[in-house]
Write a new protein. Structure first.
Length: 303
């Protein structure tokens, strides 16, 4: 098979592992920086250009998008162009866009009855007291809608602190979510790696002392964890609701059961492969081998 990986940095662990896994199985791989791609969107023969090279529907069998959150708009436009060329994308443009919109993704999960922390969203500073009351009061968590890897996430331990942070964000016209703080999680969460609606690996991430965020980029540590059947089912359902074939689903263990915090369409592989010892990259390539056929994209660039 001929596989394209959309990645801005070929030296990233996740990109290197996907290349290694694909080549080990006899596939040819080309890494394309999606910000350097440009498109000919002519209806009868859509193509993608990369420097002086032009790619058409015969040049690739599948594409693996590794789109950073800050370039979602242009990155998904490139993915959509591949879809228009009838090239299979392991994660479709519509699903990536859906998962990157934190508010929309939480609304979709809620509609399907998937457990989440109590979450409030508002525009007016006049509603701050109501927002705080809605999530059960302080302590509470305030999140920027555009934040990633734990950035733009604040734990307000008192009502006064919550009011000050929310007011400050609103004055900056920043869109925020306010969520209940799950104290029993103890500063840890669970990252479930889902491939083809099945959890293939899972790790527990624990934040450093005094840090409620467990992101590995912020000094958190990862370890192997055993999931309950309910946790597996919740992660798989969350991936299905987003329409993602490959994703990371972040769960909190609460007294009321597993709660979904986020569904990540471009999950990092280093932490979970190290913690579990599993060949996650190989499983992703294996899924492509079984599913990469022309016209297998559900949306085919229509979303």
């Amino acid at each position: 098979m001929k596989i394209a990986i959309l990645s801005r940095n070929r030296n990233l662990y996740s990109t290197r592992r996907l290349v290694e896994a694909a080549e080990l199985r006899g596939h040819s791989v080309q890494i394309l920086d999606h910000l350097r791609c440009f498109m000919d969107i002519t209806s009868d023969n859509p193509t993608i250009h990369y420097g002086t090279v032009e790619f058409n529907r015969n040049d690739f069998d599948a594409v693996i998008p590794r789109i950073g959150a800050s370039v979602t708009y242009y990155g998904t436009a490139i993915v959509r162009q591949f879809e228009m060329m009838n090239i299979y994308s392991i994660n479709e443009s519509v699903a990536i866009t859906r998962s990157r919109d934190k508010l929309r993704s939480l609304q979709l999960l809620s509609r399907k009855g998937i457990g989440m922390p109590i979450t409030a969203f508002a525009h007016s500073s006049k509603d701050i007291d109501g927002i705080i009351k809605e999530v059960g009061g302080a302590p509470l968590v305030i999140k920027l809608l555009e934040g990633t890897q734990g950035k733009g996430v604040v734990l307000a331990e008192t009502k006064k602190a919550a009011e000050s942070v929310i007011q400050a964000f609103m004055k900056l016209n920043a869109d925020i979510l306010v969520q209940e703080y799950i104290k029993e999680a103890g500063g840890s969460d669970i990252r479930c790696l889902v491939v083809g609606e099945k959890v293939i690996a899972a790790m527990q991430r624990q934040g450093p002392p005094g840090e409620f965020r467990s992101n590995l980029h912020r000094g958190g540590k990862a370890s192997l964890v055993k999931l309950s059947p309910t946790e597996r089912k919740t992660a798989a359902r969350a991936a299905k609701v987003m329409g993602l074939n490959v994703c990371g689903v972040d769960l909190l263990r609460s007294d009321s059961g597993p709660l979904v915090m986020e569904v990540n369409s471009s999950p990092g592989l280093q932490g979970i492969e190290t913690a579990t010892g599993k060949d996650v990259a190989g499983m992703i390539i294996g899924f492509i081998e079984k599913n990469a056929k022309p016209k297998r994209n559900r949306t085919r660039g229509s979303g």
